[in-house]
Design a binder for this molecule. Structure first.
Ligand code: PLP
Length: 408
């Protein structure tokens, strides 16, 4: 291929491993909540690269942080510390329950660190028999073999056996099942405070608090996977801060880098002590570029006015979606917190969320699916009202077209 040859969606099928099936559009530029494709067509972005670009595209403060750090120092490895990583870790400790931070490069890696730490902590303090991890059906924690196994969605583990052992799955939002499953052999319970990929499921009042007290009773660690719910997405810096339950370990990624790859595991000093020198690591985790951008993101998303803005926009968007859903007879329920929103399709259209998502793209608005039945919207935390309205107008056109073409 020559540098001047056109790059097309068709090239994907010729040169990429077929583990994805990307939509036909190839975006080439973004500014705020608007994205342009190769032909110059524009899209309103309600997808944010799967809940990542939390401040939209090319935010001037993030571009400045990246280019400033980019012309100074990209990489040193963990043989030495670096200033942006230490600053970001200190800020995360100031803003959360955490006293110690481990940096990774993705959500899966942050969870992998959390799960390994939980095993190690239990082994250090209680011996090897306390090694069981309790997790939930339909959860999503990443695609490493450990995290995909903990995730408990058979479609992601089939064919990859033998799988890591010592993992139990129970239904989400079922405290009675948790009561039976969590016991003296449990080293950790890992849970998404709101299930993201599993369909934007908000648990009942008392579920997370119930897990907290079961973990306390059995000396198990409560691990919150806040990869999707974190970084302002629900209108709180981390969702736990709006839900009144504090975990022992928290995994974050996605929005923390605003589009630059980064992950982090947050915990207390006592638990962190089980990750002694040499016990876990990553060449790139905590690299200066990612942490400089993460620091700029955190400074903006932790401002009270940003978080209040997320709650206000979320309410407005949910109300507008409920109205559209009624008008077109498509949504059974609109749910979520802040700007993490799911619209569950009514019975005759169940299983077709990805089709609706493709029609929306044709109409000029990027949305996502969460599972087969839920349309997911995760716009920028600072999306202006005009773009919210424009995106909704385009989405309504898509809903009308989808309904006319996708006869139940
Ligand atoms: N955990 C949750 C809750 C997620 O939503 C995701 C990604 O969607 C992950 C973990 C995995 O993150 P990554 O794709 O960065 O490894």
């Amino acid at each position: 291929m020559h540098a001047s040859d056109p790059v097309t969606r068709e090239l994907f099928d010729r040169v990429m491993v077929p583990s994805y099936n990307p939509l036909p559009v190839i975006p080439v530029r973004g500014e705020g909540s608007r994205v342009w494709d190769q032909s110059g067509r524009d899209y309103v972005d309600f997808a944010c690269g799967i809940a990542v670009s939390c401040l939209g595209h090319a935010h001037p403060k993030l571009v400045a942080a990246l280019t400033e750090q980019g012309s100074r120092l990209w990489h040193v490895s963990n043989v030495m510390a670096n200033e942006p990583a230490l600053r970001l870790a200190a800020a995360l400790c100031e803003l959360t329950f955490a006293e110690r931070v481990f940096f990774a490069n993705s959500g899966a890696e942050a969870n992998e660190a959390a799960l390994k730490l939980a095993r190690k902590y239990a082994s250090d303090h209680f011996g090897p028999s306390k090694h069981e991890i309790v997790a939930f059906h339909n959860a999503f924690h990443g695609r490493t073999l450990f995290t995909v196994t903990v995730g408990g969605q058979p479609k992601y583990t089939e064919g990859f056996e033998p799988l890591p052992g010592g993992i139990r799955h129970i239904p989400y939002d079922d405290l009675a099942a948790a009561e039976v499953a969590i016991g003296e052999r449990t080293c950790a319970v890992i849970v998404e405070p709101i299930q993201g990929e599993g369909g934007i499921r908000v648990p009942s009042e008392g579920f997370l608090a119930g897990l907290r007290s079961l973990c306390n009773r059995h000396q198990a660690l409560l691990v919150f996977d806040e990869v999707q719910t974190g970084n302002g997405r629900t209108g709180y810096l981390y969702a736990y801060q709006g839900m009144g339950v504090t975990p022992d370990v928290l995994a974050t990624a996605k929005g923390l880098g605003g589009g630059f790859p980064i992950g982090a595991m947050l915990t207390t000093a006592k638990i962190a002590a089980s990750f002694g020198v040499g016990s876990h690591g990553s060449t790139y985790g905590g690299n200066p570029l990612a942490c400089a951008v993460g620091g700029a993101v955190l400074e903006i998303i932790s401002r009270p006015e940003t978080l209040v803005g997320v709650r206000d926009r979320g309410e407005r968007l949910r109300a507008a979606l409920a109205t559209l859903g009624q008008r077109h007879g498509l949504f059974r329920q609109v749910r979520g917190r802040g700007l993490l929103i799911g619209c569950e399709l009514v019975e005759p259209y169940r299983g077709r969320a990805r089709e609706l998502m493709a029609v929306a793209l044709e109409e000029g608005v990027m949305v996502l699916a969460a599972g087969l039945d839920v349309l997911r919207l995760v716009p920028s935390l600072i999306i202006p009202d005009e773009l919210l309205d424009q995106g909704l107008t385009r989405l309504e056109r898509a809903m009308a077209r989808f309904r006319a073409s996708a006869k139940p």
